[in-house]
Design a protein around this ligand. Sequence first.
Ligand code: TYD
Length: 199
Amino acid sequence: MSGKFIVFEGIDGSGKSTLVLNLAKLLWKEKKNDHILITREPTSGFYGQEMRRLLKEKTDPAILGEKMLELNFKDKVNHVNASIKPALEKSYYVLCDRYMYSSFVYQGLQGITDERLKETYKGLLRPDVWFLLDLSPEKSLARLSSEKDLFEKIDWLTNLRNKYLQLAEQYNGVILNAELPADKLAEECYQALNERGLV
Ligand code: TYD
């Protein structure tokens, strides 16, 4: 596959979707690249929608781990097969807002063991690079609107951030400072891609 698969991760409010859009603009500006797929998870497909529905229910997240793992795994397999792989085969840049590292972090904190997560995702396509937009839980909360889902509480956010940082070390994530101004953040991200021969 000749395209590039680039993933963005981080806690809610870290600015992933803005970075994805700004990076797409830079790819256009610098490379005149018109083969860019912007996508995200949970997807708008059946399993992704089911996942979002569950998130809106006021159930303790800790008891939904198994169900969320199942839905997210199925959602990712469909996403890879229906959208990501076909785009990579056509040499697209695939910019994906959340991927398997979200599951490692979120379902991990819902009680699913690392071994189980590793086993579940072992056959799934790996990105060429993944970025972690690192942000303090306080800043995250300040950025979020009043409509919060189950995962958007300060203690959860703190645990999520720590787990993400751990994961970045373990799985070669590139850490970006999510507090930077949006244009600067996109430039740093572009630069990191350049250093890795991806642009
Ligand atoms: P989010 O990026 O917040 O979507 P949106 O902003 O469109 O509502 O994702 C929704 C939630 O799904 C988020 O809190 C993290 C969670 N999630 C998982 O638990 N596991 C996963 O594998 C993924 C992709 C997301």
